[in-house]
Design a protein around this ligand. Structure first.
Ligand SMILES: C[S@@+](CC[C@H](N)C(=O)[O-])C[C@H]1O[C@@H](n2cnc3c(N)ncnc32)[C@H](O)[C@@H]1O
Length: 151
């Protein structure tokens, strides 16, 4: 076993999960901020040069877990590890945000899909090395094709 502590807190306009866009074609353009705790601020050194960041955070308000689940993107069930459901054995989420600017310990970002007050476990620069032609989107591509939605 191991323990973790939050290194930052999300400031988001979302107080309720119902308000966060979901399902095929959902866009996450909302702006918010990541407030890094003072003791971790030196860890932000040189972060300004990156356009996008991975935000690894806890789904602190998720309850329980479903190993097979239905998501807002499809009416067919899928294994939890092939979805981004918050109800998972370890309630950890991963969001890519655009870094708009930094003011000391506060990172202003776009692309928030997190509730206000969500605890952040880690922040890393986003560096995608997967060529688009090697990327497969699994059941999501099939659901998009059935619905006519664009990825
Ligand atoms: C489908 S998950 C995907 C999150 C992330 N992009 C990922 O792939 O891990 C996003 C949903 O999690 C829920 N959510 C957001 N913040 C949460 C929190 N702090 N605790 C529990 N659920 C949360 C909301 O319903 C939101 O629409």
């Amino acid at each position: 076993m191991f323990s973790m502590q939050p290194i930052a807190i999300v400031r988001s306009p979302y107080q309720d999960t119902q308000a966060i866009p979901k399902g095929l074609g959902a866009k996450h353009e909302v702006e918010g901020s990541l407030e890094v705790l003072p003791e971790f601020e030196p860890g932000l050194t040189d972060i300004e040069g990156f356009s996008h960041l991975y935000v690894i955070r806890a789904f602190d308000r998720a309850e329980g877990c479903d190993l097979v689940t239905t998501t807002p993107s499809d009416d067919r069930p899928h294994g939890v590890f092939s979805t981004r459901s918050p109800r998972r054995p370890n309630p950890i989420g991963l969001t890519v945000v655009e870094l708009l600017g930094r003011e000391g310990p506060v990172l202003h970002v776009r692309g928030i899909d997190m509730l206000n007050g969500t605890p952040i476990l880690d922040i890393k620069p986003y560096l995608s090395s997967v060529p688009p032609e090697r990327l497969r989107r699994g059941w999501l591509a099939e659901a998009e094709a059935r619905s006519g939605a664009k990825p």
